[in-house]
Design a protein around this ligand. Structure first.
Ligand SMILES: *[C@@H]1O[C@H](CO)[C@@H](O)[C@H](O)[C@H]1NC(C)=O
Ligand SMILES: *[C@@H]1O[C@H](CO)[C@@H](O)[C@H](O)[C@H]1NC(C)=O
Ligand SMILES: *[C@@H]1O[C@H](CO)[C@@H](O)[C@H](O)[C@H]1NC(C)=O
Ligand SMILES: *[C@@H]1O[C@H](CO)[C@@H](O)[C@H](O)[C@H]1NC(C)=O
Ligand SMILES: *[C@@H]1O[C@H](CO)[C@@H](O)[C@H](O)[C@H]1NC(C)=O
Ligand SMILES: *[C@@H]1O[C@H](CO)[C@@H](O)[C@H](O)[C@H]1NC(C)=O
Length: 659
C-alpha cells in the first residue's frame, strides 16, 4: 500500500457565503477563523484522541445538551468543521469521505490493486467494531482541537475561562437509539431532527446558523465522484426524503415515528446481545457463519444496520422515494447522525468487551473488499486498520492496539469504575455494568418483571434456590401451565405483576423467549432493503407502516446500490427480530394463552407476517432478494434474581420456517 506521507496541513476556510441549506450559514465570528485555528502539522496525522490522556466520558447527546457551555462549543465546532474547505483531509468532507464515496486516497494510504472502487470501511468483517474505533477517535481528535481554539475566541475574562474549562470536557457524544426516552420525547433527539437552523450564543452573541446536526450541505457537491442519481444532484444529506427531486427535504418526523415504533425491538436485541453473545466472532459482524448456533443470528453490526436503514428512511412511509444517505453504505457517513450512531455502536462494543474480556478477533477471511483489503484476504488482530496511523513511523492501529479504548482519553459512564475494558476489568465493574444494562435496556424483557418482583419480595436467595430445584435450563419445556391458572389470570387482565404472569409467562424463574432468525444474501438486485415483521394485518401501503400497531420490528440489510460503491458478492448476512415482548402483550390482552410452543406456534403461524421493502421504496417479492430464510426459534431463559445479573439462556429450539 502506498505510504507517501502527505502533509495534512489543515483547515483552510470557505468564505462566509450562504450555502444551499436555505439561508442558513456558518457563525460569523467577525474575523477570519482559518487564521486563528491551531494547525496540526504532524506528518502523518497520528490518531491519538482528544484530551492529552485525560479520561472523560462520551455523553449521550441529550445529556450533553444539558451542559450549556459544552453544547455551544460542540455545535460551533461541528459547524466549523462542516464549513472547512472540503479539500482538507480533516474537514467534515475529508473525514466522512474516508468511509465510502469518494473512493479517494486519504493520508497517503493508497488502495491495494483491484480495490480502488471501495471505501476504507470494513463491513461484514471481523474488523467491523475495531476499524470504526480509531475512525471515531480521529473525528474526536479533530473536533477536540477545533474546540480548544474556539474556546479562546470569547473575550478575555470570566466567559473565556468558562468556555476553556468546558472545552476540556469535550468528547464526542453518542445517540442512544435503544433507550426509552423520557415521556413525550421521541427516540430521535430534537437537536438532531428538529430544525434546519439553530440559534447559538457564540463569542459574538446570538446568531442563527445552519444546524450542523440536521444535515450536511456539500460545498460543493462533486457530481463526478457521486456517480449516480440522486446522489449526484442531492446537495444536502437527507433522511426520509420527501421526493426524488433536487428540492427534496428531510422528513425527520417520519424518521422519529419509525424509531419510536422500533425502539422496543432495538432495545430487546441489544439486551439479548449483552446477555447471550459471548463470542467475538459472532457478535462483531453480520456475516452468517454456517453451522452457527441458532441462538447467534444477531450481531452488533446487524443491529447497527437496522438503525442505518431507519435513519435513512428506506422508503418507509414514502412509496417510490429513494431512501436518504444513511441507508447506503458509501454515502452514509456524510449525514451528521452517522457519528452519533457510530459512537453508540462503539459504546455497545466497549460495554460488551468489559463483560466478555477474553474473546477477541480471530483470523477470518474478509467477505468483502475495502480500499486496502481484497475479498478473501485473511484479517486478524494485527491487521492494519487503515488509514489510521498509530505513530509517525508509519505504523497503523490494529485491533490489538485499539482493544483498550481508555488510552484514547474517553470512556462511557457505564464503565466508570473501570480503568480498562481489557482483560483487567474488575468483577465489581461487571456487576455495575449489568445493573446499568438492566436499567437501560431491560425494560422490554420479561427478565425485568422478575427482578422487580424479587425486589418487592425481598427474599431473592430463597426464591432462586427453589427455582433452581425445579430443573435445569436446557431440559427443555417450561411446563406446568395449568388451564385453571391461565383462566384465572385472564379473568383479571389488570394484573400485570409477576403473580399475574405466574404459570403463564413464568414458571418459577424461567420463561421462554421467541425470536425470528433472518438470513439473506446481502446483495439484492434492488439495493439495500429491510425485512419488516407484523403480528396481525399489514396495511397495503407502506406509508401507513410507521403508525401500524401490528408492526413489531425491522431487520435492515445495509448495503450499497447494485451498480455503485462496494461490490457485494454473494455474502449471506443474518440478524434477528425478537418476538417476546409482543407475545407477552398478546397474553396480557387475552389473545394468547401462554408463551409455550403449543400456544405460540399456531398463533405465529396464523398471525406473523413479513414484508420486504427496498430503500428505494418498493415492496419486494421474495424472488427479488437472494436466498431469504426466516425461521422461528425459542429458548428457555432463567430470569435474573437481582439487578446485577443478566438472564441466562438455554439452548435454542427450532420451531418452524416462515420462508
Ligand atoms: C471530483 O471527483 C472526481 C472523481 O473522483 C475527482 O477526479 C475530482 O478531483 C473531484 N473534484 C474535486 C474538486 O475534488
Ligand atoms: C412527513 O411524514 C409525516 C408522517 O408520515 C406526514 O404526516 C407528513 O405529511 C410528511 N411531511 C412531508 C412534508 O412530506
Ligand atoms: C466463536 O465462534 C466461531 C465461529 O462460529 C468459532 O469458530 C469459534 O470457535 C468460537 N469461539 C469460541 C471460543 O467458542
Ligand atoms: C437451526 O435451525 C435449522 C432450521 O432452520 C435446523 O435445520 C438446524 O439443525 C438448527 N441448528 C442447530 C445447531 O440447532
Ligand atoms: C425515485 O427513485 C427511486 C430509486 O431510484 C425509484 O425507484 C423511484 O421510482 C423514483 N420515484 C419517482 C417518483 O421518481
Ligand atoms: C493486566 O494486569 C496484568 C497483571 O497485573 C498486567 O501485567 C497487565 O499489563 C495488565 N494489562 C493491561 C492491559 O492493563
Amino acid at each position: 500500500m502506498g505510504m507517501a506521507l502527505i502533509s495534512l496541513a489543515l483547515l483552510t476556510w470557505l468564505p462566509l457565503v450562504p450555502w444551499v441549506l436555505g439561508q442558513y450559514t456558518a457563525y460569523n465570528y467577525g474575523f477570519d477563523v482559518g487564521a486563528r485555528v491551531k494547525r496540526d502539522v504532524t506528518q502523518p496525522l497520528v490518531v491519538r484522541g482528544g484530551g492529552e490522556g485525560d479520561l472523560r466520558f462520551r455523553q449521550e447527546v441529550r445529556e450533553m445538551e444539558q451542559d450549556q457551555d459544552l453544547w455551544t462549543l460542540y455545535i460551533l465546532g461541528l459547524s466549523l468543521l462542516q464549513f472547512t474547505d472540503q479539500s482538507s483531509p480533516t474537514s467534515w468532507y475529508g473525514i466522512t469521505g474516508i468511509h465510502g464515496i469518494p473512493h479517494k486516497t486519504w493520508g497517503g494510504v493508497g488502495p491495494t490493486p483491484g480495490n480502488e472502487a471501495s471505501g476504507y470501511c470494513t463491513h461484514s468483517s471481523i474488523l467491523f467494531p475495531t476499524w470504526h474505533r480509531p475512525y471515531l477517535v480521529l473525528y474526536e481528535q479533530v473536533m477536540y482541537s477545533l474546540i480548544q481554539s474556539l474556546a479562546t475566541w470569547w473575550p478575555e475574562g470570566e466567559a473565556r475561562n468558562r468556555y476553556q474549562q468546558a472545552s476540556l470536557r469535550f468528547r464526542i457524544p453518542y445517540w442512544d437509539w435503544a433507550a426509552n426516552p423520557s415521556s413525550g420525547q421521541s427516540v430521535l433527539p430534537q437537536s438532531v431532527g428538529g430544525s434546519p437552523y439553530v440559534d447559538v450564543n457564540g463569542p459574538s452573541g446570538i446568531q442563527r446558523i445552519a444546524n450542523p446536526l440536521f444535515s450536511y450541505s456539500f460545498k460543493p457537491l462533486n457530481s463526478t465522484a457521486f456517480i449516480q442519481a440522486p446522489w449526484d444532484y442531492w446537495a444536502v444529506t437527507l433522511r426520509s426524503p420527501t421526493d426524488n427531486s433536487t428540492e427534496a427535504q428531510s422528513n425527520n418526523s417520519l424518521v422519529a415515528l419509525n424509531f419510536d415504533q422500533n425502539v422496543a425491538s432495538l432495545s430487546q436485541r441489544l439486551y439479548i446481545l449483552f446477555s447471550n453473545y459471548a463470542n467475538y466472532s459472532l457478535i462483531s459482524n453480520n456475516a452468517w457463519i454456517p453451522l452457527t448456533s441458532n441462538a447467534s443470528y444477531d450481531s452488533i453490526e446487524s443491529l447497527h444496520d437496522t438503525v442505518h436503514n431507519l435513519a435513512g428512511g428506506g422508503g418507509l412511509g414514502q412509496p417510490n422515494v429513494q431512501g436518504g444517505h444513511m441507508s447506503y453504505i458509501p454515502y452514509s457517513a456524510f449525514d451528521p447522525i452517522f457519528f452519533l450512531h457510530h459512537t453508540m455502536v462503539d459504546r455497545i462494543f466497549s460495554i460488551w468487551q468489559a463483560l466478555y474480556p477474553e474473546t477477541w478477533v480471530v483470523p477470518t477471511a474478509a467477505a468483502l473488499p475495502s480500499y486496502t483489503t481484497s475479498k478473501g484476504q485473511v484479517q486478524d488482530s494485527r491487521t492494519a486498520l487503515t488509514p489510521f496511523y498509530a505513530s509517525t513511523d508509519g505504523t497503523f492501529w490494529t485491533s490489538d492496539t485499539v482493544r483498550d479504548h481508555t488510552q484514547f482519553g474517553y470512556t462511557y459512564a457505564e464503565l466508570a469504575e473501570s480503568s480498562t475494558s481489557g482483560p483487567n476489568a474488575s468483577r465489581n465493574t461487571r456487576s455495575q455494568i449489568r445493573k446499568a444494562i438492566n436499567r437501560l435496556y431491560g425494560t422490554s424483557s420479561p427478565a425485568n418483571l422478575f427482578i422487580k418482583e424479587m425486589r418487592a419480595r425481598g427474599s431473592q436467595r430463597e426464591r432462586r434456590q427453589r427455582a433452581t430445584r425445579q430443573g435445569e435450563l436446557n431440559e427443555g419445556q417450561v411446563t406446568s401451565t395449568s388451564k385453571k391458572r391461565r383462566t384465572s389470570r385472564l379473568e383479571n387482565p389488570e394484573a400485570n405483576t409477576l403473580k399475574g404472569y405466574n404459570g403463564v409467562v413464568f414458571v418459577g424463574d424461567k420463561y421462554r423467549e421467541w425470536i425470528a432468525n433472518i438470513r439473506v444474501k446481502k446483495q439484492s438486485s434492488a439495493g439495500p432493503f429491510s425485512v419488516h415483521f407484523f403480528l396481525g394485518s399489514v396495511p397495503d401501503d407502506p406509508q401507513e407502516w410507521a403508525m401500524a400497531p401490528s408492526h413489531i420490528g425491522t431487520m435492515g440489510v445495509f448495503a450499497a446500490d447494485q451498480t455503485n460503491g462496494m461490490p457485494l458478492g454473494q455474502l449471506e448476512v443474518s440478524g434477528t427480530v425478537p418476538l417476546t415482548t409482543c407475545l407477552i402483550d398478546k397474553v396480557v390482552r387475552g389473545e394468547l394463552s401462554s408463551l409455550e410452543p403449543y400456544d405460540v406456534e399456531p398463533y405465529l403461524t396464523l398471525n406473523l407476517q413479513r414484508r420486504l421493502l427496498s430503500t428505494s421504496g418498493k415492496i419486494l417479492d421474495v424472488s427479488e432478494v437472494g436466498g431469504l430464510h426466516i425461521h422461528i426459534i425459542s429458548a428457555v431463559v432463567r430470569a435474573p434474581s437481582s439487578d446485577d445479573e443478566l438472564p441466562l439462556w438455554g439452548q435454542a429450539v427450532d420451531h418452524f420456517d416462515l420462508d
